[in-house]
Structure formats: C-alpha cells, structure tokens
Design a binder for this molecule. Sequence first.
Ligand SMILES: Nc1ncnc2c1ncn2[C@@H]1O[C@H](COP(=O)(O)OP(=O)(O)O)[C@@H](O)[C@H]1O
Ligand SMILES: [Mg+2]
Length: 300
Amino acid sequence: MWAVGGGKGGVGKSVISANLGVALARSSQQVVVFDADLGGANLHTLLGMSEPRLGLADFLSREVATLQEVRVPTPVEGLSLISSTGGPLDMANPKSAQKEKIFRHLAALDADHVVLDIGAGSAFNTLDFFLFADRGILVVVPDPTSIENAYHFLKAAFYRRLNRAKPGEGVREVVGRVMSEIKGRGIRSPRDLIDNVAEEDAIAGEFLALQARTFRPGILVNRVRRPEDCRLGEQIGLACRDYFGTEIDFLGCVDDDIFVNRSILQRRPHLELYPNSPFGRSINALAEGLLKRSEVSDDD
Ligand SMILES: Nc1ncnc2c1ncn2[C@@H]1O[C@H](COP(=O)(O)OP(=O)(O)O)[C@@H](O)[C@H]1O
Ligand SMILES: [Mg+2]
C-alpha cells in the first residue's frame, strides 16, 4: 500500500495516484486506488469516470458493511476505485473511530496493491492516512513553497508517528519531558531530539531511533523541466538525513508535460491516451521502481 502525499495542493498527487494505479494494474491483477482526499475527491475524473454512485460515504453511513463492497470498476482492467465524493460535508473530518474503521477495512481489501491519494495540508487525519500505508510517497515540485510544505509535512508526520507508536509509560515520560524543554535545550530537529532523549535514557533513545529508522517516506519530484530540477530530490534526501537522522529514498522524477492537462480535459487516464509521453514514461518507471522496492522489503 502506497500513499501519495505532499503537504501542498496542486503538486500532482492525484494525477500521479490515478496513473500509478493504471501502471500497476498492467502488471498486477487487482489494484485499488482510494481517494483519501476526503474534502476534495477527484480521482474519478482523472480516471475518466463520472461520479460513482457508491463510495466511502455509503460505508461510513453503514449502508454498506465493508469497504470492499464500495469498490467500483474503472475503465482500466484490473483497477478499481474507492471514491469519496458525494458524502456529507463532515465526511472531510472523520472521527477517530471512523478513521480506524477505514484503516481496518483498507488492510482487509482483497487486492495486490492499494494506492492512497492523500489530500493537502498536515492535519492529523491527513498524516494518519500517509502513515498508515506501507510506504509514503512525498510529491514535491521545484518551487520554494512546495519544498517548504514538504519539510513541514515530513516533520509533522514524524512527530505524529512518534505519538501513534504508543511507547510504554517510562519512555513516554522521558520523551514528553525532553519535548517540553525543546526551546531551553536548543533542540532544532528530530535528530537533536533523539540525541537529547538518548542522553537521558538509553531505552527511550533506542525507541526514538527505531522510529526514525523505520520512518522512510520516499521523495518524488514532479514537474521537472531541467536536469537540476531533478537533483532537488537528492538534495532533499540529504537534508532529511541530517534533520531526521534517517535515510529518505529518492524515488525519481516526473517530467512536466503539457499532455497531462490535455488528458484531463479529454477525461481519460493519461497512461491510456499517451503511454509514451514524458509523463507516461516517468510514471511507468515509478511503478517499476516501487514494485522492485516492495519485493526487496518483502524479503527482509
Ligand atoms: N507532470 C505534470 N506535468 C504537467 N502538469 C501537471 C503535472 N503534474 C500535475 N500537473 C497539473 O497540476 C494540476 C494539479 O494536479 P493534481 O494532481 O490535481 O494536484 P494535487 O492532487 O496535488 O492537488 C493538474 O491540472 C495537472 O494537470
Ligand atoms: Mg488531489
């Protein structure tokens, strides 16, 4: 299960999720794309569909018992969609119990791969969807506001992860105490935090270090026009290593391509219309890379 997020709106999360789903469906039997942008769902449009009649809202209102049943077929063989359009307005902010129920059912989906299209921002619910997937994909575009939002998103996701990991009482006490003294201790990064906690208590330090090591989102640079745009991914990866004290995978680059908008206007999945476009080739390469990485981590 991959989650495509990025903190900022308009960076290409949805168009990448939709087409990643199409690319994965070519080599796998059953792929599901889940529209986790609960307040701004538009995956159906990018997949060339009108608003599905069934979706997450029917599951949350208990008209349908399982998430599996609100999967609808897309025009692409092997690819189905769980849509989040058309629900009540408060569906954009599900309560914790509802969210956990969605997670349980996502995990139980009968599928080879699931792609979650995450909404913008760093609200807890958004972060939780990103963290729930086996692997997070952080989409950035070469523009300072996107990079700034991406760092903020990663930092928020990391602290949220610590919070959700539910350490034992002793560890929580030390981490909580050190975190309450962040300013006085001059802690500027998760890495500083880990070092400070480790000095106080080895077990708590090891807990945090493990959380950092296993927090491994990948970075994808979208809308690349020049080779130096693409290098941004490596630079962010290096900066993250200093900041979090953990490796961040650089997943590659996606070309900026005028045919992306053309396919959206034509209301058909880009990869079906233009499989050999620069964008199409980038997405195919991304899917291939992700599948390879998931085989490696399955072997671990
Ligand atoms: N690689 C790309 N080349 C050209 N246009 C792109 C590319 N990626 C995204 N876009 C355009 O950016 C806009 C926003 O994309 P979208 O996927 O809806 O962003 P998000 O889901 O992050 O808010 C769309 O109009 C899309 O056509
Ligand atoms: Mg979107």
